[in-house]
Design a protein around this ligand. Sequence first.
Ligand SMILES: Cc1cc2nc3c(=O)[nH]c(=O)nc-3n(C[C@H](O)[C@H](O)[C@H](O)COP(=O)(O)OP(=O)(O)OC[C@H]3O[C@@H](n4cnc5c(N)ncnc54)[C@H](O)[C@@H]3O)c2cc1C
Length: 572
Amino acid sequence: MPAHDVTNQPPVLADYDVAQDATLLAGLHAFGAGWAEPELHEVGRLAGTAHVAEMARVVNEYPPVLRTYDRSGDRIDEVEFHPYWHDLLRLALSQGLHATAWRTPRRSAHTARTAKFLVWGQTEAGHLCPVSMTYAVVPALRHAPSLASRFEPLLESPDYDPGLRDPETKLGLLAGMSVTEKQGGSDLRSNTTTATPTGDGTFRILGHKWFTSAPMSDLFLVLAQAPEGLSCFHVPRVLPGGERNAIRLQRLKDKLGNRSNASAEVGYEGAVGWLVGEEGHGIRTIMEMVSATRLDAMTASAAGMRWAAVQAVHHARHRRAFGALLVDQPLMANVLADLVVESEAATLLSLRLAAATDHAAAGDDAEAAFRRIALPVGKYWVCKRAPAHAAEALECLGGNGYVEESQMPRLYREAPLNSIWEGSGNVTALDVLRAMATRAGTVDAFIDEVVRVEGEDARLDRAVEELRKELVDGEALEARARRITERLALVLQASLLLRHGAPAVADAFMSSRLERDHGGAFGDLSPRADLRAILERAAVEVLGPAQGSPAPGPGGTRSAVPSRGAVPAAKG
Ligand SMILES: Cc1cc2nc3c(=O)[nH]c(=O)nc-3n(C[C@H](O)[C@H](O)[C@H](O)COP(=O)(O)OP(=O)(O)OC[C@H]3O[C@@H](n4cnc5c(N)ncnc54)[C@H](O)[C@@H]3O)c2cc1C
């Protein structure tokens, strides 16, 4: 007789297709990337494997380590990662989650990429940081056509080629961004790092950056004060010919979450840099990169919400309390459905913004104007909702949700980050006002998009009317920036749900978010909401072990994860 029986513990959710997501697939087709559905399911089946979940756990358990010097005392400034980190990056790049969308001739390539990001984003967030920056660097780098022609093909390569070598001898490259300084990350004009022209077309970069993530990347965009003002520079870790650039990694941040990823304090001690864009217009240039990373910050938050909602629904479908499954208890059904509603609205908004990126890249001015305002709107709101969403989803698992093995604590620690980087909440909301004030047609393009469904739902029509009044009121605009941004986000999400979402989800969204028949916590949908239909959206089917699941990790066995002491550290 065993000492105790294990009962009423839900099975681990593994070996399922993460792309089993009706809203994701509806958006994919609606925004012209239906051709990518087979690929999306491949990514989904891989993302749902138990092995990838294990890799995700391990890379956060064995965070990167800075190696400043080698055994002889020479500076090396390298970071060691667990081998699974490299495996995750290899998988992400092989799926084209980085820069390939910029060169794919297929229609809606950014939408297809964002859909994959929504799926793979449900594995592990840390390694997506360099993937995302490698995606985002391309439009900024194009401001220096000669650099772009040399490096873009390597940034778009599906090959992951770690290690510090002359970038042009590598099979593929990763990029990062190094702009934040101690005295100010939002106020970039306060940057003190200097760039001195050498006379041969290069500049010497001297200064210190307070945050630089993925410091083992091959190249960085760095902001520095040049003679003509703040400018953007391409600064590689290794110079042409193989000599290391004068970039010193001083310390890695001890972070709340995102622990698999290294974020360094960096000294530029006369590093060689090449100008990107016009001298004195560095902020304009770097904003191209920031905009693209904002799309990914929003998408990563949406991915986290979907993962959380699926995990919570799975748990509630298998856990009983007071004689019934949790999912059948009306109050829990309300909480879960509310989480699903939030997640589906975030998914559609991310895909719509990716579609705007596709159209803007193809020269559509109205879509570019729409994207200019809707991107900060979406980034602000989706990232803002993520921490509360993660906390509530965690609670659905009860005490298990507070324990690391559930993976919920990792999600919870990660959740605030997307709202901080690439423009913290206030800064992003203020950018919405800037978009309205400085670019003609942004508000019109935004409203045109929302009123495509005018007359179909009186609640949305009323909310748009209220919003119009908000927008013409010029009083205390800055202090109202969050209010305006939130309302913009809600009407856009409502309009998208009406067009592409499930009727039950759209209806619950209108009542709770637009008509405000809802309190401050999740789980307060109207009792008239069709909770059953909403919950079905996040109930996934387990498929069993996937064919072609990822190559076994270090040690060659799927189950043998080496202990900390035995981990063969590999340099990134
Ligand atoms: C894990 C992590 C990784 C990072 N990686 C990188 C990286 O790779 N490269 C890089 O360059 N940076 C990176 N950063 C830095 C990040 O981009 C900055 O922290 C962020 O931009 C905010 O800047 P700050 O920390 O200086 O805060 P501040 O600029 O001091 O802002 C503090 C607060 O004030 C608010 N605020 C600022 N201005 C206003 C205003 N005018 N009105 C109202 N409120 C305002 C902000 O919204 C924020 O809430 C990273 C940060 C983290 C946490």
